[in-house]
Design a protein around this ligand. Structure first.
Ligand SMILES: *Cc1c(COP(=O)(O)O)cnc(C)c1O
Length: 227
C-alpha cells in the first residue's frame, strides 16, 4: 500500500472512532480528500486506495488535474473562495460547491450549470466565528441566503459549511461546531442533509457536533508547501 493509502486508513479509523464516541453510525460521515497543491499522481494514489471524493480550492489547478484523471470516476468538490469570473468553470467542472456565501454567486452557478449535468450540489458557507477577513456569510444572514439558494433551479442546496477560527488553547474546540449545528437545526424545513465541517486537526470535534462531511488535506497528503 502507498503512504497515502496508509494515511487514508488512519483518517478513516479516526472518523470511525469519533462516530462511535458520538453514538453515530460510521457511515454517517463522508471523507472529502482535500488535494489542493498536490498533483494528479497523489489523487490517483488516493483513488487506488478507495477514495472517490476530492476537494479543490483553486480553479485552474483543479481543471488541470481533472484533465489528467478523466479515466477515473471521481467526485469533485469546490471548497475555496469563489469569485464571479470563476463561476462558469466551477459550474461546468464540479459536482459540489461548499463555498457559496452570497446570492449573486449562487445565481450565476445556477444559470451556468449545463443542462446535461445533474444539479450542482451546494453548501452555504457560514462565517461561524465572525472573523472580519474570512469568507462565508454572516451567521444571522445564513437562513435567508439558504432559503433563496434553495429556490434556484440548477442548484440543490445540501447544507452548511464552515471553517472556524482556530480555538484558543484551553477553550472548547467543539464550540464553533455546536453553533453551526444549532444554525443547521433551525433550517430543518429545507430538507438539508450535509454539515461540511472539520479538517485534519479537529475532525473529532466536528463529528461530535454532527458533521456529515469532513474535509481532510494534510493528514492524507502531507504538509502543503506555502505558495
Ligand atoms: C485546505 C482546506 C482543508 C483541509 O485542511 P487540512 O488542515 O489540511 O486538513 C479543508 N477545508 C478547506 C476549505 C480548505 O481550504
Amino acid at each position: 500500500m502507498n503512504h497515502i493509502g496508509e494515511n487514508l486508513g488512519r483518517v478513516r479509523s479516526r472518523i470511525d472512532g469519533a462516530c462511535a464516541a458520538a453514538g453515530r453510525a460510521a457511515d454517517a460521515v463522508t471523507l472529502l480528500a482535500v488535494s489542493k497543491t498536490f498533483d494528479a499522481a497523489a489523487v490517483r494514489a488516493a483513488a487506488a486506495a478507495g477514495q472517490r471524493a476530492f476537494g479543490e480550492n483553486y480553479v485552474q489547478e483543479a481543471l488541470a488535474k481533472q484533465a489528467q484523471l478523466q479515466d477515473l470516476d471521481l467526485a469533485w468538490h469546490f471548497i475555496g473562495p469563489l469569485q464571479s469570473n470563476k463561476t462558469r468553470a466551477v459550474a461546468e467542472h464540479f459536482d459540489w460547491v461548499h463555498s457559496v456565501d452570497r446570492l449573486k454567486i449562487a445565481e450565476r452557478l445556477s444559470q451556468q450549470r449545463p443542462q446535461a449535468l445533474a444539479p450542482l450540489q451546494v453548501c452555504v458557507q457560514v462565517n461561524i466565528s465572525g472573523e472580519h477577513s474570512k469568507s462565508g456569510c454572516a451567521t444571522d444572514e445564513a437562513a435567508a441566503l439558504c432559503r433563496a439558494v434553495a429556490q434556484l433551479p440548477r442548484l440543490r442546496l445540501r447544507g452548511l459549511m464552515a471553517i472556524p477560527a482556530p480555538t484558543a488553547p484551553g477553550s472548547d474546540p467543539r464550540a464553533p461546531y455546536r453553533a453551526l449545528r444549532e444554525l443547521f437545526a433551525g433550517l430543518s424545513g429545507l430538507g438539508l442533509d450535509t454539515l461540511s465541517a472539520g479538517m485534519s486537526d479537529d475532525l473529532e470535534a466536528a463529528i461530535a457536533e454532527g458533521a456529515t462531511m469532513v474535509r481532510v488535506g494534510s493528514a492524507l497528503f502531507g504538509r502543503r508547501q506555502v505558495v
